[in-house]
Ligand binder design. Structure first.
Ligand SMILES: [Zn+2]
Length: 268
């Protein structure tokens, strides 16, 4: 508990506000990193990933990802006013997607193929956009600061310089990014929160929220099939168990279907 004194130093160093209220769930999150620092780190990491991973040139996949991403970003409105949205398809069979601070979303081509219709894709993109708006990466880093003290992470953020380890911490906090080597478990709470936010955003954008249920059923089937043969994608093994996730998403339907119906009558 003595270590809780360190955030005082961290706060002074990082000029963060100390607390962030999630605009959808109302949850208060520890936040010792400013939005500006978070955005800068996200942009740098994303640029790096675009260099080290193969970006898809498939026009149909790209058009689809832009369309769904932009529609959800519009539905999010002003919840993260400085967000600079960018939606990129990476060439990979992996059933994976990730988000980085400030509005960077990557979707792997394998996952795009699994998400047959736009409502299913909206489930994935809504979830990732939920991570961005919830600022889960910065929250995770803030927690790391409390545990580790200001140290290397704080210094790196303060100077706007990030070593590979710091970058990994951020990226992993947002999910995916298996090519960066280390895999940390996702926070179950962050995953559930992103699911809930994603369901609301997708519905507001006019995508049928029932797509979340069919999509996760397919993911569960893939997982079962892959368990037999090849290795399981880390995204699947670290996200909340499929059965629980599907049950939770089903439980949200009475809340989000009216939002979807309203959006549908108004048009996107
Ligand atoms: Zn996630």
């Amino acid at each position: 508990m003595k270590r809780l004194l360190l955030p005082l130093a961290a706060t002074a160093l990082l000029t963060g506000s100390g607390c962030y209220t999630n605009p959808v769930t109302g949850r208060q999150a520890l936040m010792l990193i400013s939005k500006g620092q978070e955005m800068s780190l996200g942009a740098q990491s994303f640029a790096e990933m675009r260099k080290t991973q193969k970006v898809s040139a498939d026009p149909a996949m790209n058009a689809r990802t832009q369309r769904v991403g932009e529609r959800i970003a519009r539905a999010v409105g002003n919840q993260l006013p400085d967000a600079k949205w960018e939606f990129v398809v990476f060439e990979s069979k992996e059933l994976n997607a990730f988000a980085l601070p400030g509005g960077k979303v990557g979707v792997y081509s394998g996952l795009l193929q699994l998400a047959e219709n736009d409502s299913e894709l909206a489930t994935v993109m809504g979830h990732e956009i939920g991570h961005v708006i919830a600022r889960h990466g910065a929250e995770r880093m803030s927690e790391a600061l409390v545990i580790a003290g200001v140290g290397a992470v704080g210094a790196a953020v303060a100077e706007n310089k990030y070593d590979a380890q710091t970058r990994d911490l951020f990226i992993l906090a947002y999910g995916g990014a298996t090519t960066l080597g280390r895999v940390l478990p996702h926070s179950r709470n962050a995953e559930s929160e992103a699911d809930k936010m994603g369901a609301i955003y997708a519905a507001k954008a006019g995508y049928d929220p029932r797509g979340a249920v069919t999509f996760w059923q397919k993911m569960a089937a893939q997982k079962a099939a892959q368990k037999e043969g090849a290795k399981m994608p880390p995204w699947l093994s670290t996200h909340p168990s499929d059965a629980k996730r599907i049950a939770d998403l089903q439980a949200y339907l009475p809340q989000v279907i009216p939002i979807y119906e309203a959006a549908r009558t108004q048009g996107p």
